[in-house]
Write a protein that binds this ligand. Structure first.
Ligand SMILES: NC(=O)c1ccc[n+]([C@@H]2O[C@H](COP(=O)([O-])OP(=O)(O)OC[C@H]3O[C@@H](n4cnc5c(N)ncnc54)[C@H](O)[C@@H]3O)[C@@H](O)[C@H]2O)c1
Length: 356
């Protein structure tokens, strides 16, 4: 039985991880620490809020005293750190909070973990684990024919977001080598699935189609991302937590590269098909483009590319496959349809989050 602190557990991946964890390990205790920034939403945990194994605490990972008190109160043995500022566009318009949360905040968590699990004789626990959730964006960008990122790929982050994640990865690594903290890190490709804030590509397109608004595509739309269903990310972290090689880094991904424009075209196709199959959707979403008898694809609008836009990310998850037996369960075809249906069925979650 484990007792976990899940930071950022009211965000997209964190919330999906909490559902995954309590379904698979119902005897475990999960304490969610989340500052509820614009991206955090307690409603994302609504379906399990009655679970007595789940404790929600609103607070900042930068508050070391709070983190320490939670570690002691709940006798926590595991930290899974999802808390972060995560939107590249926002890191371009306002980098400061990225430095504060992703770097300084992660360092605060590490300091708390070191103090409680290593330095304080009353609370020391040699079987602790600090798992840091990171991104493939730390590796920089790839050309069309370059091999996918392995764990050996040199870090070359290009945005303030990816640079802040890269810095936190290095500090996590240093706390293992210098202080003996039991750390692991995962670098994952782009996630999709339920509970993703509607500023990110997939939920943005879905909510815009439902409101008959343009689908903005940066540049020529040919930038390539590698997509993974969010529950498969949670499964990967689970396998990493179970293995006992400390200080290890694992890439998690699904060998599933798509250009942005192709993803958006696919979403348009699926939405038009869903509206044709389910007539009640036109009543529920009368403003939606397909409800008005038009093709969603006509909403595509090319906009000026964003500064320093990475061309391609691709994850080589070979090490996770070999050492952990990791393979994603969801195919893209099934995962994307599940995701579209979740957004169609849960406007109460995403509609209040839209910019007016
Ligand atoms: N979304 C992706 O495709 C992706 C891919 C790979 C890695 N990641 C990483 O996974 C993690 C989670 O990403 P996400 O997409 O769920 O992000 P998100 O923006 O949806 O959620 C982040 C959560 O962290 C919380 N948070 C922010 N600052 C905090 C602070 N100072 N203290 C406590 N909580 C705070 C927010 O309230 C929110 O609930 C991030 O570390 C991100 O870098 C994301």
């Amino acid at each position: 039985m484990n007792k976990l602190l899940v930071t950022g557990g009211a965000g997209f991946i964190g919330a999906n991880f909490v559902y995954y964890w309590l379904e698979n390990y119902p005897a475990d205790t999960v304490v969610v620490l989340d500052a509820l920034t614009y991206a955090g939403n307690e409603l994302s945990l609504d379906d399990i809020k009655q679970n007595e194994k789940l404790h929600f605490v609103k607070g900042d990972i930068g508050d070391q005293a709070l983190v320490e008190s939670l570690m002691v109160k709940y006798e926590l043995d595991t930290i899974v750190n999802f808390a972060a500022e995560s939107h590249v566009d926002r890191s371009i318009s306002g980098p400061d909070v990225f430095i504060e949360t992703n770097i300084v905040g992660t360092h605060n968590l590490l300091k708390a973990a070191r103090k409680i699990w290593i330095d304080s004789p009353e609370t020391a626990n040699p079987n602790h684990r600090f798992h840091h959730v990171s991104t493939d964006e730390v590796y920089g960008t790839l050309g069309d024919d370059d091999p996918a990122f392995t764990e050996e790929h040199a870090y070359a982050p290009n945005s303030p977001y990816s640079a802040s994640k890269a810095a936190s990865d290095h500090i996590v690594r240093a706390y293992h080598h210098t202080f003996g903290l039991n750390v692991t890190t995962s670098n994952c490709s782009n996630n999709y699935g339920p509970y993703q804030f509607p500023e990110k590509l997939i939920p943005l397109c879905l909510s815009n189609i439902l409101a008959d608004k343009p689908l903005p595509i940066y540049g020529n739309g040919k930038n390539i991302r590698d997509w993974l269903y969010v529950e498969d990310h949670a499964r990967g972290i689970d396998l990493i937590l179970k293995q006992d090689k400390l200080g290890e880094v694992y890439n998690i991904g699904g060998h599933n590269e798509w250009t942005n424009i192709d993803i958006v075209k696919l979403l348009c196709e699926i939405m038009d098909k869903r509206f044709a199959e389910r007539p009640e959707l036109s009543e529920k979403y009368p403003d939606a483009t397909p409800a008005q008898g038009r093709a969603s694809i006509d909403l595509i609008t090319y906009v000026t590319d964003r500064a320093g836009h990475d061309w391609r990310y691709a994850i080589d998850a070979g090490k996770s496959q070999r050492e952990l037996g990791y393979t994603p369960k969801e195919t893209f075809e099934t995962g994307i349809v599940k995701t579209v249906d979740w957004y169609l069925d849960n406007p109460g979650w995403w509609k209040p989050l839209l910019k007016s």
